[in-house]
Design a protein around this ligand. Structure first.
Ligand SMILES: Cc1ncc(COP(=O)(O)O)c(C=O)c1O
Length: 467
Protein backbone atom coordinates (compact mmCIF):
# COMPACT_ATOMS: atom_id res chain seq x y z
CA UNK A 1 0.00 0.00 0.00
CA UNK A 2 1.33 3.43 -0.90
CA UNK A 3 0.14 6.61 0.67
CA UNK A 4 1.33 9.84 -0.85
CA UNK A 5 0.49 13.51 -0.82
CA UNK A 6 0.77 16.05 -3.60
CA UNK A 7 3.57 18.54 -3.17
CA UNK A 8 2.03 21.33 -5.22
CA UNK A 9 -1.49 22.68 -5.10
CA UNK A 10 -3.96 21.58 -2.45
CA UNK A 11 -3.05 18.61 -0.29
CA UNK A 12 -5.02 15.46 -0.93
CA UNK A 13 -4.60 12.14 0.78
CA UNK A 14 -5.25 9.28 -1.64
CA UNK A 15 -3.90 5.80 -1.43
CA UNK A 16 -3.48 3.38 -4.31
CA UNK A 17 -2.71 -0.26 -3.82
CA UNK A 18 -0.50 -1.73 -6.44
CA UNK A 19 -0.79 -5.45 -6.96
CA UNK A 20 -4.40 -5.49 -5.77
CA UNK A 21 -5.53 -6.45 -9.26
CA UNK A 22 -7.86 -3.47 -9.45
CA UNK A 23 -6.85 -0.89 -12.07
CA UNK A 24 -5.28 2.28 -10.70
CA UNK A 25 -7.80 4.44 -12.52
CA UNK A 26 -10.72 2.63 -10.84
CA UNK A 27 -9.00 2.88 -7.45
CA UNK A 28 -8.48 6.61 -7.87
CA UNK A 29 -12.12 7.09 -8.90
CA UNK A 30 -13.29 5.15 -5.84
CA UNK A 31 -11.04 7.15 -3.53
CA UNK A 32 -12.19 10.52 -4.88
CA UNK A 33 -15.85 9.49 -4.88
CA UNK A 34 -15.57 8.36 -1.27
CA UNK A 35 -13.80 11.60 -0.31
CA UNK A 36 -16.72 13.62 -1.73
CA UNK A 37 -19.37 11.35 -0.21
CA UNK A 38 -17.75 11.48 3.21
CA UNK A 39 -17.37 15.27 2.90
CA UNK A 40 -13.59 15.09 3.21
CA UNK A 41 -13.74 16.98 -0.08
CA UNK A 42 -16.45 19.64 0.04
CA UNK A 43 -18.32 21.48 -2.73
CA UNK A 44 -16.03 23.95 -4.56
CA UNK A 45 -12.83 22.50 -3.05
CA UNK A 46 -9.97 22.55 -5.56
CA UNK A 47 -8.34 19.31 -6.65
CA UNK A 48 -4.64 19.12 -7.38
CA UNK A 49 -3.63 19.44 -11.02
CA UNK A 50 -3.60 16.16 -12.94
CA UNK A 51 0.15 16.53 -13.42
CA UNK A 52 0.84 17.07 -9.70
CA UNK A 53 -1.44 14.28 -8.57
CA UNK A 54 0.02 11.84 -11.12
CA UNK A 55 3.55 12.72 -9.99
CA UNK A 56 2.52 12.33 -6.40
CA UNK A 57 0.89 8.95 -6.94
CA UNK A 58 3.66 7.78 -9.25
CA UNK A 59 1.26 6.89 -12.05
CA UNK A 60 0.72 8.01 -15.65
CA UNK A 61 -1.02 11.36 -15.99
CA UNK A 62 -3.62 9.70 -18.21
CA UNK A 63 -4.80 7.66 -15.18
CA UNK A 64 -5.66 10.86 -13.34
CA UNK A 65 -7.11 12.58 -16.42
CA UNK A 66 -9.40 9.62 -17.06
CA UNK A 67 -10.48 9.33 -13.42
CA UNK A 68 -11.31 13.08 -13.26
CA UNK A 69 -13.24 12.80 -16.55
CA UNK A 70 -15.29 9.92 -15.20
CA UNK A 71 -16.16 11.84 -12.01
CA UNK A 72 -17.04 14.94 -14.00
CA UNK A 73 -19.41 12.74 -16.03
CA UNK A 74 -20.93 11.43 -12.76
CA UNK A 75 -21.45 14.97 -11.49
CA UNK A 76 -18.97 14.78 -8.60
CA UNK A 77 -16.42 17.13 -10.17
CA UNK A 78 -16.51 20.15 -12.45
CA UNK A 79 -13.69 21.03 -14.84
CA UNK A 80 -13.26 24.80 -15.10
CA UNK A 81 -11.34 26.13 -18.06
CA UNK A 82 -8.13 27.67 -16.77
CA UNK A 83 -9.12 27.10 -13.14
CA UNK A 84 -8.52 23.38 -12.78
CA UNK A 85 -10.96 20.87 -11.40
CA UNK A 86 -13.19 21.51 -8.40
CA UNK A 87 -15.74 19.49 -6.48
CA UNK A 88 -19.19 20.13 -7.97
CA UNK A 89 -21.15 22.74 -5.99
CA UNK A 90 -23.91 20.30 -5.07
CA UNK A 91 -21.81 17.15 -4.89
CA UNK A 92 -22.68 15.08 -1.88
CA UNK A 93 -26.02 16.91 -1.48
CA UNK A 94 -28.52 14.56 0.04
CA UNK A 95 -25.75 12.62 1.70
CA UNK A 96 -25.71 13.03 5.39
CA UNK A 97 -22.55 14.69 6.64
CA UNK A 98 -20.81 13.29 9.68
CA UNK A 99 -22.96 14.19 12.67
CA UNK A 100 -21.72 17.30 14.40
CA UNK A 101 -22.72 18.61 17.79
CA UNK A 102 -25.29 21.39 17.56
CA UNK A 103 -23.80 24.79 18.35
CA UNK A 104 -24.23 25.75 22.01
CA UNK A 105 -26.93 28.37 22.31
CA UNK A 106 -25.77 31.66 23.75
CA UNK A 107 -27.61 33.11 26.72
CA UNK A 108 -28.14 36.64 27.89
CA UNK A 109 -27.24 35.53 31.40
CA UNK A 110 -25.17 32.37 31.67
CA UNK A 111 -25.08 30.86 35.17
CA UNK A 112 -23.51 27.62 33.99
CA UNK A 113 -21.47 26.32 36.93
CA UNK A 114 -17.83 25.39 36.60
CA UNK A 115 -16.68 28.11 34.21
CA UNK A 116 -14.74 31.21 35.32
CA UNK A 117 -15.20 34.56 33.58
CA UNK A 118 -13.27 33.87 30.39
CA UNK A 119 -13.06 37.60 29.68
CA UNK A 120 -10.70 37.83 32.67
CA UNK A 121 -8.18 35.37 31.21
CA UNK A 122 -4.74 37.03 31.67
CA UNK A 123 -3.96 37.24 27.96
CA UNK A 124 -1.04 39.63 28.27
CA UNK A 125 0.70 37.56 30.96
CA UNK A 126 -0.04 34.31 29.08
CA UNK A 127 1.28 35.74 25.81
CA UNK A 128 4.46 36.84 27.56
CA UNK A 129 4.84 33.49 29.31
CA UNK A 130 4.38 31.65 26.00
CA UNK A 131 6.93 33.86 24.23
CA UNK A 132 9.46 33.40 27.03
CA UNK A 133 8.86 29.66 27.06
CA UNK A 134 9.40 29.40 23.30
CA UNK A 135 12.48 31.61 23.35
CA UNK A 136 14.18 29.62 26.06
CA UNK A 137 13.11 26.02 25.34
CA UNK A 138 15.90 23.87 23.84
CA UNK A 139 14.82 22.12 20.62
CA UNK A 140 14.77 18.74 22.40
CA UNK A 141 11.94 20.00 24.62
CA UNK A 142 9.66 19.97 21.59
CA UNK A 143 10.12 16.24 21.02
CA UNK A 144 8.33 13.33 22.70
CA UNK A 145 8.86 14.25 26.31
CA UNK A 146 8.11 12.29 29.46
CA UNK A 147 4.32 11.71 29.38
CA UNK A 148 4.26 12.71 33.06
CA UNK A 149 4.94 16.28 31.94
CA UNK A 150 7.57 18.91 31.24
CA UNK A 151 10.12 19.18 34.03
CA UNK A 152 9.83 22.98 34.56
CA UNK A 153 6.06 22.72 35.08
CA UNK A 154 6.32 19.75 37.44
CA UNK A 155 8.85 21.72 39.46
CA UNK A 156 6.74 24.89 39.44
CA UNK A 157 3.63 22.93 40.45
CA UNK A 158 5.38 21.11 43.29
CA UNK A 159 6.33 24.51 44.75
CA UNK A 160 2.97 26.15 44.06
CA UNK A 161 0.93 23.27 45.47
CA UNK A 162 3.07 23.09 48.61
CA UNK A 163 2.77 26.84 49.13
CA UNK A 164 -0.90 27.34 48.26
CA UNK A 165 -2.52 23.98 49.04
CA UNK A 166 -0.20 22.28 51.52
CA UNK A 167 0.40 19.40 49.11
CA UNK A 168 3.45 17.29 49.97
CA UNK A 169 5.09 16.25 46.69
CA UNK A 170 8.38 16.50 44.86
CA UNK A 171 8.47 17.45 41.17
CA UNK A 172 8.91 13.75 40.35
CA UNK A 173 5.61 12.96 42.00
CA UNK A 174 3.59 15.56 40.10
CA UNK A 175 2.09 14.45 36.79
CA UNK A 176 0.70 16.95 34.27
CA UNK A 177 -2.66 15.97 32.76
CA UNK A 178 -5.23 17.58 30.47
CA UNK A 179 -7.51 18.64 33.32
CA UNK A 180 -9.03 16.77 36.26
CA UNK A 181 -11.39 14.79 34.03
CA UNK A 182 -8.39 13.38 32.13
CA UNK A 183 -6.52 12.62 35.33
CA UNK A 184 -9.53 10.82 36.78
CA UNK A 185 -9.94 8.80 33.59
CA UNK A 186 -6.32 7.64 33.83
CA UNK A 187 -6.64 6.80 37.50
CA UNK A 188 -9.89 4.87 37.02
CA UNK A 189 -8.32 2.79 34.26
CA UNK A 190 -5.41 1.99 36.55
CA UNK A 191 -7.88 1.02 39.30
CA UNK A 192 -9.75 -1.28 36.90
CA UNK A 193 -6.49 -2.95 35.85
CA UNK A 194 -5.77 -3.55 39.56
CA UNK A 195 -9.17 -5.24 39.95
CA UNK A 196 -11.06 -2.41 41.67
CA UNK A 197 -14.74 -2.52 40.69
CA UNK A 198 -16.44 0.19 42.79
CA UNK A 199 -15.86 3.84 43.50
CA UNK A 200 -17.56 5.67 46.36
CA UNK A 201 -18.77 9.13 45.33
CA UNK A 202 -20.38 12.01 47.18
CA UNK A 203 -24.18 12.19 47.22
CA UNK A 204 -24.92 14.78 45.93
CA UNK A 205 -21.87 15.19 43.72
CA UNK A 206 -20.88 16.15 40.19
CA UNK A 207 -23.04 14.40 37.58
CA UNK A 208 -20.18 14.52 35.06
CA UNK A 209 -17.79 13.05 37.60
CA UNK A 210 -20.29 10.24 38.30
CA UNK A 211 -20.68 9.51 34.59
CA UNK A 212 -16.91 9.33 34.21
CA UNK A 213 -16.77 6.71 36.97
CA UNK A 214 -19.38 4.66 35.13
CA UNK A 215 -17.87 5.12 31.68
CA UNK A 216 -14.56 3.92 33.10
CA UNK A 217 -16.21 0.63 34.04
CA UNK A 218 -16.48 1.29 37.79
CA UNK A 219 -19.70 1.15 39.77
CA UNK A 220 -20.43 4.44 41.57
CA UNK A 221 -21.56 3.94 45.17
CA UNK A 222 -23.20 7.01 46.74
CA UNK A 223 -22.10 8.24 50.18
CA UNK A 224 -24.07 10.96 51.98
CA UNK A 225 -22.80 14.48 52.50
CA UNK A 226 -23.87 16.88 55.27
CA UNK A 227 -22.76 20.27 56.58
CA UNK A 228 -19.33 18.86 57.47
CA UNK A 229 -18.80 17.26 54.07
CA UNK A 230 -18.56 13.53 53.32
CA UNK A 231 -20.12 11.25 55.96
CA UNK A 232 -17.20 8.95 56.71
CA UNK A 233 -19.45 6.65 58.76
CA UNK A 234 -21.60 6.17 55.65
CA UNK A 235 -18.46 5.46 53.60
CA UNK A 236 -17.38 2.91 56.20
CA UNK A 237 -20.74 1.13 55.80
CA UNK A 238 -20.36 0.69 52.04
CA UNK A 239 -17.21 -1.39 52.36
CA UNK A 240 -15.86 0.30 49.19
CA UNK A 241 -12.10 1.00 49.28
CA UNK A 242 -11.75 4.01 46.96
CA UNK A 243 -13.61 7.32 47.32
CA UNK A 244 -13.86 10.48 45.21
CA UNK A 245 -14.23 13.53 47.43
CA UNK A 246 -14.16 17.36 47.13
CA UNK A 247 -12.88 18.33 50.61
CA UNK A 248 -12.07 22.03 50.10
CA UNK A 249 -15.46 22.90 48.60
CA UNK A 250 -17.93 20.05 48.32
CA UNK A 251 -19.46 19.96 44.86
CA UNK A 252 -22.16 21.14 44.61
CA UNK A 253 -23.33 21.94 48.16
CA UNK A 254 -20.20 23.83 49.19
CA UNK A 255 -19.31 22.39 52.63
CA UNK A 256 -15.68 22.21 53.76
CA UNK A 257 -14.68 18.80 55.05
CA UNK A 258 -14.39 19.48 58.78
CA UNK A 259 -11.13 18.78 60.65
CA UNK A 260 -12.62 15.78 62.46
CA UNK A 261 -14.00 14.35 59.21
CA UNK A 262 -10.58 14.79 57.56
CA UNK A 263 -8.98 12.87 60.39
CA UNK A 264 -11.70 10.19 60.16
CA UNK A 265 -11.26 9.91 56.39
CA UNK A 266 -7.49 9.46 56.67
CA UNK A 267 -8.02 6.96 59.48
CA UNK A 268 -10.50 5.05 57.27
CA UNK A 269 -7.95 4.91 54.43
CA UNK A 270 -5.22 3.62 56.75
CA UNK A 271 -7.39 0.94 58.36
CA UNK A 272 -9.04 -0.23 55.16
CA UNK A 273 -6.05 0.11 52.83
CA UNK A 274 -8.26 2.65 51.08
CA UNK A 275 -7.60 5.30 48.43
CA UNK A 276 -8.85 8.90 48.78
CA UNK A 277 -9.22 10.66 45.43
CA UNK A 278 -9.14 14.38 46.22
CA UNK A 279 -10.77 16.58 43.56
CA UNK A 280 -9.42 20.06 44.42
CA UNK A 281 -11.20 21.80 41.55
CA UNK A 282 -11.72 25.38 42.80
CA UNK A 283 -9.94 25.75 46.14
CA UNK A 284 -8.09 28.90 45.09
CA UNK A 285 -11.34 30.85 45.34
CA UNK A 286 -12.42 31.48 48.91
CA UNK A 287 -13.84 34.71 50.28
CA UNK A 288 -14.81 34.86 53.90
CA UNK A 289 -13.26 31.79 55.37
CA UNK A 290 -9.74 30.70 56.18
CA UNK A 291 -7.98 28.61 53.57
CA UNK A 292 -8.05 24.88 54.16
CA UNK A 293 -5.14 22.77 52.99
CA UNK A 294 -5.47 19.67 50.88
CA UNK A 295 -6.10 16.34 52.62
CA UNK A 296 -3.16 15.04 50.58
CA UNK A 297 -0.80 16.94 52.92
CA UNK A 298 -2.04 14.80 55.82
CA UNK A 299 -1.59 11.45 54.08
CA UNK A 300 0.40 11.55 50.82
CA UNK A 301 0.55 7.74 50.84
CA UNK A 302 -3.25 7.45 50.83
CA UNK A 303 -4.43 10.36 48.68
CA UNK A 304 -4.45 10.82 44.92
CA UNK A 305 -4.64 14.60 44.57
CA UNK A 306 -6.02 16.33 41.45
CA UNK A 307 -6.05 20.03 40.58
CA UNK A 308 -6.74 22.11 37.49
CA UNK A 309 -6.17 25.40 35.68
CA UNK A 310 -9.80 25.28 34.48
CA UNK A 311 -11.18 27.57 37.21
CA UNK A 312 -8.17 29.80 37.88
CA UNK A 313 -7.38 30.38 34.19
CA UNK A 314 -9.62 28.69 31.59
CA UNK A 315 -11.04 25.21 30.93
CA UNK A 316 -9.97 25.52 27.28
CA UNK A 317 -6.32 25.25 28.28
CA UNK A 318 -6.93 21.64 29.33
CA UNK A 319 -4.20 21.70 31.93
CA UNK A 320 -4.39 19.93 35.24
CA UNK A 321 -2.22 17.94 37.62
CA UNK A 322 -2.26 14.69 39.44
CA UNK A 323 -0.25 13.70 42.51
CA UNK A 324 -0.82 9.99 43.08
CA UNK A 325 0.40 8.00 46.07
CA UNK A 326 3.68 6.26 45.18
CA UNK A 327 2.04 2.83 44.79
CA UNK A 328 -0.28 4.16 42.06
CA UNK A 329 2.16 6.42 40.23
CA UNK A 330 3.82 3.71 38.12
CA UNK A 331 0.48 2.12 37.22
CA UNK A 332 -0.95 5.45 36.05
CA UNK A 333 2.15 6.20 33.96
CA UNK A 334 1.75 2.73 32.43
CA UNK A 335 -1.89 3.46 31.48
CA UNK A 336 -0.75 6.75 30.04
CA UNK A 337 1.99 5.24 27.92
CA UNK A 338 -0.65 3.05 26.34
CA UNK A 339 -3.28 5.74 25.85
CA UNK A 340 -1.64 9.10 25.18
CA UNK A 341 1.74 10.73 24.99
CA UNK A 342 1.14 13.74 27.16
CA UNK A 343 -0.12 17.31 26.82
CA UNK A 344 1.14 20.27 24.75
CA UNK A 345 4.61 21.12 25.97
CA UNK A 346 4.42 24.78 24.94
CA UNK A 347 1.37 25.34 27.15
CA UNK A 348 3.05 23.44 29.97
CA UNK A 349 6.13 25.65 29.78
CA UNK A 350 3.95 28.76 29.61
CA UNK A 351 2.10 27.73 32.75
CA UNK A 352 5.43 27.06 34.47
CA UNK A 353 6.48 30.63 33.59
CA UNK A 354 3.17 32.05 34.77
CA UNK A 355 3.63 30.37 38.13
CA UNK A 356 7.34 31.13 38.54
CA UNK A 357 6.93 34.79 37.59
CA UNK A 358 4.25 35.29 40.24
CA UNK A 359 1.70 36.18 37.55
CA UNK A 360 -0.67 33.36 38.49
CA UNK A 361 -0.73 34.65 42.07
CA UNK A 362 -1.30 38.18 40.77
CA UNK A 363 -4.15 36.95 38.58
CA UNK A 364 -5.76 35.21 41.57
CA UNK A 365 -5.40 38.32 43.72
CA UNK A 366 -7.02 40.37 40.96
CA UNK A 367 -9.92 38.02 40.22
CA UNK A 368 -10.83 37.00 43.79
CA UNK A 369 -12.40 40.37 44.69
CA UNK A 370 -14.24 40.46 41.35
CA UNK A 371 -15.86 37.10 42.05
CA UNK A 372 -16.52 38.03 45.68
CA UNK A 373 -18.37 41.16 44.55
CA UNK A 374 -20.41 39.09 42.08
CA UNK A 375 -21.20 36.60 44.79
CA UNK A 376 -22.33 39.40 47.12
CA UNK A 377 -24.46 40.91 44.36
CA UNK A 378 -25.99 37.48 43.69
CA UNK A 379 -26.89 36.93 47.34
CA UNK A 380 -28.39 40.45 47.62
CA UNK A 381 -30.43 39.96 44.45
CA UNK A 382 -31.66 36.54 45.59
CA UNK A 383 -32.74 38.02 48.94
CA UNK A 384 -34.60 40.77 47.13
CA UNK A 385 -36.27 38.77 44.35
CA UNK A 386 -36.49 35.23 45.68
CA UNK A 387 -36.79 35.70 49.47
CA UNK A 388 -38.33 32.25 49.89
CA UNK A 389 -35.16 30.57 48.53
CA UNK A 390 -32.33 29.26 50.71
CA UNK A 391 -28.83 30.04 49.48
CA UNK A 392 -25.83 27.93 50.48
CA UNK A 393 -22.23 27.13 49.58
CA UNK A 394 -21.20 30.73 48.92
CA UNK A 395 -18.16 31.05 51.20
CA UNK A 396 -15.89 29.77 48.45
CA UNK A 397 -15.78 28.73 44.80
CA UNK A 398 -17.68 30.11 41.85
CA UNK A 399 -21.20 28.79 42.33
CA UNK A 400 -24.09 28.90 44.79
CA UNK A 401 -26.82 26.39 45.57
CA UNK A 402 -30.31 27.83 45.73
CA UNK A 403 -33.11 25.70 47.11
CA UNK A 404 -36.58 26.71 46.06
CA UNK A 405 -39.91 26.40 47.84
CA UNK A 406 -41.35 22.90 48.22
CA UNK A 407 -43.46 21.89 45.26
CA UNK A 408 -41.49 23.92 42.69
CA UNK A 409 -40.88 21.93 39.52
CA UNK A 410 -37.16 22.07 38.73
CA UNK A 411 -37.49 21.14 35.05
CA UNK A 412 -40.14 23.79 34.51
CA UNK A 413 -37.96 26.42 36.17
CA UNK A 414 -35.05 25.49 33.89
CA UNK A 415 -37.27 25.66 30.80
CA UNK A 416 -38.86 28.90 31.82
CA UNK A 417 -35.44 30.42 32.59
CA UNK A 418 -34.09 29.27 29.19
CA UNK A 419 -37.05 30.98 27.50
CA UNK A 420 -35.81 34.18 29.10
CA UNK A 421 -32.30 33.44 27.82
CA UNK A 422 -30.98 32.51 31.25
CA UNK A 423 -28.94 29.35 31.67
CA UNK A 424 -29.03 27.69 35.07
CA UNK A 425 -28.38 24.12 36.15
CA UNK A 426 -30.72 22.02 38.26
CA UNK A 427 -29.59 20.35 41.47
CA UNK A 428 -31.33 17.02 40.90
CA UNK A 429 -28.74 15.54 38.45
CA UNK A 430 -26.25 15.79 41.34
CA UNK A 431 -28.09 12.98 43.12
CA UNK A 432 -27.68 9.34 42.17
CA UNK A 433 -30.38 8.08 44.53
CA UNK A 434 -32.67 11.05 44.01
CA UNK A 435 -33.22 13.89 46.41
CA UNK A 436 -35.86 14.41 49.03
CA UNK A 437 -34.68 17.99 49.47
CA UNK A 438 -36.91 19.32 46.69
CA UNK A 439 -36.15 21.67 43.87
CA UNK A 440 -32.78 23.36 43.66
CA UNK A 441 -30.58 25.31 41.29
CA UNK A 442 -26.81 25.48 40.96
CA UNK A 443 -25.84 29.01 39.92
CA UNK A 444 -22.34 29.59 38.57
CA UNK A 445 -22.04 33.33 39.04
CA UNK A 446 -18.50 33.92 37.74
CA UNK A 447 -19.59 35.02 34.27
CA UNK A 448 -22.32 37.52 35.22
CA UNK A 449 -21.19 41.09 35.94
CA UNK A 450 -22.01 42.59 39.31
CA UNK A 451 -24.03 45.38 37.69
CA UNK A 452 -26.11 42.88 35.68
CA UNK A 453 -26.89 40.64 38.65
CA UNK A 454 -30.09 42.41 39.88
CA UNK A 455 -31.72 42.19 36.45
CA UNK A 456 -30.55 38.62 35.84
CA UNK A 457 -31.94 37.43 39.18
CA UNK A 458 -35.19 39.36 38.87
CA UNK A 459 -35.73 37.64 35.50
CA UNK A 460 -34.87 34.29 37.07
CA UNK A 461 -37.34 35.01 39.87
CA UNK A 462 -40.03 35.66 37.24
CA UNK A 463 -39.21 32.29 35.70
CA UNK A 464 -39.52 30.60 39.11
CA UNK A 465 -42.77 32.33 40.00
CA UNK A 466 -44.33 31.62 36.63
CA UNK A 467 -44.13 27.84 37.21
C1 LIG B 1 -16.23 19.11 40.85
C2 LIG B 1 -15.47 19.18 39.56
N1 LIG B 1 -14.40 18.40 39.39
C3 LIG B 1 -13.71 18.40 38.23
C4 LIG B 1 -14.08 19.19 37.17
C5 LIG B 1 -13.33 19.06 35.86
O1 LIG B 1 -12.30 19.93 35.74
P1 LIG B 1 -11.31 19.89 34.49
O2 LIG B 1 -11.74 20.96 33.56
O3 LIG B 1 -9.97 20.14 35.08
O4 LIG B 1 -11.39 18.54 33.85
C6 LIG B 1 -15.18 20.01 37.30
C7 LIG B 1 -15.59 20.87 36.17
O5 LIG B 1 -16.47 21.67 36.22
C8 LIG B 1 -15.89 20.02 38.52
O6 LIG B 1 -16.98 20.78 38.69
Amino acid sequence: MEEKRTNSGPELLVSLERGSGRPLRAQLEDALRAAVQQARLRPSDHLPSTRALAADLGCARSVVVDAFAQLVAEGYLVARAGAGTVVAPRAGAGLRPAPSRPAEPTYRYDFRPGVPDLRLFPRVAWRRATAEALDSAPAATLGYIDPAGARPLRQALAGYLARVRGVAASADEVMVVAGIAHGLGLLYRALRVAGVAEMAIEEPGGAEQRMLVRRSGLEPVPVDVDGEGLRVDDLERTGVRAVLVTPAHQFPLGAVLSPRRRAALVDWARRRDGLIVEDDYDAEYRYDRRPVGAVQGLAPDRVCYLGTASKTLAPGLRLGWLVPPPVWAGRIVEVRRRTDLGTSVVDQLALARLIDSGNLDRHLRRTRPVYRDRRDALVRALNAHLPEATVSGVAAGLHAVVRLAAGTDEQRVLRSAAQRSIRVAGLSPAYLRGSSAGCGLVLGYAGVNESAMPEAISMLAEAVHET
